[in-house]
Structures are given as structure tokens and as C-alpha cells.
Design a protein around this ligand. Structure first.
Ligand code: SF4
Length: 373
């Protein structure tokens, strides 16, 4: 009797599953998935090799698999690469891409070359509900959250420009407001048979969605965690970051303290200095007082001008040096950061905003209250 052709088709008793994009399947999910269809475990290794070593974007290219299996994989586990809709390049080598999703939405990703590393800043949502006033994504509101496979597709789009060594989740969206899909994608990126990106080469950045801290601590994975603080008092922070009204600074720092105690890891605080808003010597002293007993470091960033807030200005160098001096004297490890890609619509959300304005679309938004966990 001729053996049946190798196939991942479900048996007659099982209802046909709806297509599940391949890049969203957890790396350790392929073997049981194929086994349930009577396929050998080594087919899973071939598939993973094709996806994350050869970086195929079409099943047709996986010639190690039988043709019939490739067709069925294409039908049940489609590969959905993002279309590159727009690109801006900065004089410092930073490349910003606008990537099209299959429902017509788009997200941004930024590629940042530096000596010995190639960092990609990825998005987790289309737009963002958090409404940070200096952020172009926040000004657009939330359209929707990304699926894990769409987040992975962003990293696949970067491969045309080089091998990504580091991923920072600091693009459009708040990762803790799309926790499950973000974590699923980061675990795929981190997996040995996936892209195999070390956990310490992956940084999650949150604006302070407090429930996310305990969830991340419970994962037991050594991702880096960065928190956007941007102000040392509730009044200023709430004016800059509406999320602070839900989780004020004391609650946020308690969550940070708990996270560092549970994980034995330090947190990086981002403090964007805005001229005349959060840049006084008193702000610097209060910031030092807040953080001096926390295991942390601070990144001080001069504001990058954003088109939708011409009233927000970059502080002078002397202000940045004053902040640095106050924090260093408090024995807080502090780095002065420069915004990369200033001439490439580099602030988060600017490229998408520019394209929406070009196309006459103002984006569909959801209010903050509907989007917080
Ligand atoms: S800074 Fe981050 S959290 Fe705040 S609105 Fe922009 S994308 Fe959202």
C-alpha cells in the first residue's frame, strides 16, 4: 500500500483550524502541533531552521519540505511579511521604516547601527492610548494592538538592513498594555531555536503600567526593563503622562522596588528633559531623592523636538550637565543619551503621523480609560 503523502491536514474528526500565522507559533509549539497531525518531530526542526536561520518569508522557499506540506503550511500557518511603505534615513545611520500590516494599518520601527551592535526599536501597538504629551504616537491615540506574529514580522523586515543584535521595545505602543502578545513575541525572539537573541539584549520599556511589573517578574526571564519617568512629582508627571493619574509615582516606584527585589535586576529610568517643564535644579534634586535607594540607573535624554508640540523645546547643554552632576553626586549611575536620527522623523510615531497626514487620515483612536488593563 502506498503510504499517504506527508501532510499537516487535520483528520476528518477535527474541525479545520483557522489560519494561525507561523511567526506567532511559539518555538516549542511546532513539535506538538506537527505530532498531532502525524508528522515526525524532525519536521519541526526543519521548519524552525527555515523560519529563524534562513529567514524565509514564503513557504515555497522551504525546499527541504515536501511540496504538499508546504502548500498546507501556507494555508494553515501563513507567513505575513510587512510591506515597507516608507523609509527615512538619518545622517547618523539611523533608519526609520514605516511597515504596512495586512489590515491596512501601519507601524514604525527604527534601526540604529552602532559600533559592534545593530539595535532595532520595535512597536507593539498601532498608535498608543497612553497620551504622553511629547509623543507623536500618543497624539494619535490607539488603533489596535499587534499580534505576536506582527511583532516578529517587524524584526524580519529589519533583516534587509543587517543582523539585529539588540531589540528595544520602545516604539509605538505600551508593551504592558499588550502584554500577552508582546511576551509571546519576545519569547520567540529569545528562544535558542528561534532568532536566539539573548534576554539581556532585549529591553522592554513601559510608561508605568504598574500591573505589568509583577507579571514580568513572574516570567523569570532576564529581559532588561526600562521605565519612562520624565518627572519627579505627580503634578508635573500627570501633565506630561496621563498614565500617572492611574498609577502615581509612589505606586510606580513601589512596583519597581518589588520588581528589583524579586528579580535581583536593576531598572533603567528614562528622564527626558524638556526646557522649562521638568528641567529645574529642584527637579534634579527631587529625582535624585526618589531614586537614590533603588537599584537603578538613569538615562537623561534632551527632548527631541516633536512637530505636534512646538512649545516643547530642547534644553541647553548646561541643563543636562546640571542634572548629570546632581544625580552623580547622589551616587546614581547616570548616562547622558543623545536622540538618534534627529533628521529622520525619529521621535516615536512621527513617520506614521506624517503618512497619515499625507493620506488625509487622522487615525481611529480609543480613549486611555478603555485601553488600560
Ligand atoms: S511615549 Fe510610549 S507610552 Fe507614551 S504615548 Fe508614546 S508610545 Fe505611548
Amino acid at each position: 500500500m502506498t503510504p499517504p503523502a506527508e501532510s499537516c491536514a487535520p483528520d476528518a474528526a477535527r474541525p479545520a483550524p483557522s489560519p494561525s500565522p507561523a511567526w506567532g507559533v511559539p518555538v516549542d509549539g511546532w513539535k506538538p502541533l506537527l505530532a498531532s497531525r502525524g508528522l515526525p518531530a524532525w519536521r519541526a526542526d526543519q521548519i524552525l531552521h527555515a523560519l529563524y536561520r534562513d529567514f524565509v518569508t514564503s513557504w515555497d522557499a522551504v525546499t527541504t519540505l515536501p511540496k504538499e506540506l508546504r502548500s498546507e503550511l501556507a494555508r494553515e500557518f501563513p507567513l505575513k511579511p510587512c510591506a515597507e511603505l516608507d523609509r527615512t534615513e538619518s545622517a547618523d545611520g539611523t533608519v526609520k521604516l514605516l511597515l504596512g500590516l495586512d489590515d491596512g494599518n501601519s507601524v514604525e520601527t527604527v534601526l540604529i547601527p552602532a559600533a559592534g551592535r545593530f539595535t532595532q526599536c520595535i512597536s507593539t501597538q498601532v498608535g498608543c492610548a497612553m497620551g504622553c504629551v511629547f509623543c507623536a504616537s500618543g497624539s494619535q491615540g490607539l488603533v489596535r494592538s499587534l499580534r505576536a506574529d506582527e511583532i516578529i514580522a517587524e524584526t524580519m523586515a529589519a533583516r534587509a538592513y543587517g543582523t539585529v543584535t539588540n531589540v528595544v521595545v520602545m516604539g509605538m505602543g505600551e508593551p504592558f498594555a499588550n502584554y500577552d502578545e508582546t511576551m509571546r513575541a519576545l519569547k520567540i525572539l529569545n528562544a535558542g531555536k528561534g532568532p536566539n537573541l539573548g534576554a539581556r539584549h532585549i529591553t522592554l520599556s513601559t510608561c508605568g503600567v504598574v500591573p505589568g511589573f509583577a507579571r514580568l517578574a513572574a516570567e523569570g526571564i532576564q529581559f532588561e526593563l526600562s521605565v519612562s519617568l520624565h518627572a519627579p512629582d505627580d503634578e508635573t508627571r500627570s501633565a506630561l503622562m496621563p498614565v500617572n493619574r492611574r498609577w502615581p509615582i509612589a505606586e510606580l516606584l513601589a512596583a519597581c522596588r518589588d520588581y528589583t527585589a524579586r528579580t535581583k535586576r536593576i531598572i533603567t529610568f528614562e528622564y527626558t528633559v524638556v526646557k522649562g517643564v521638568n528641567d529645574s535644579p529642584e527637579c534634579a534634586r527631587r529625582l535624585a531623592a526618589l531614586l537614590k535607594t533603588l537599584p537603578c540607573k538613569v538615562n537623561l535624554i534632551p527632548l527631541s523636538p516633536v512637530g505636534h508640540r512646538p512649545d516643547f523645546e530642547t534644553p541647553p547643554e548646561s541643563t543636562m550637565m546640571m542634572f548629570l552632576d546632581v544625580l552623580m553626586k547622589a551616587r546614581i549611575q547616570t548616562m547622558l543619551r543623545r536622540s538618534r536620527g534627529k533628521d529622520a522623523s525619529a521621535a516615536c510615531g512621527q513617520l506614521r503621523l506624517r503618512n497619515l497626514i499625507r493620506s488625509g487620515d487622522d487615525g481611529k483612536t480609543a480613549p486611555l480609560a478603555e485601553c488600560l488593563p
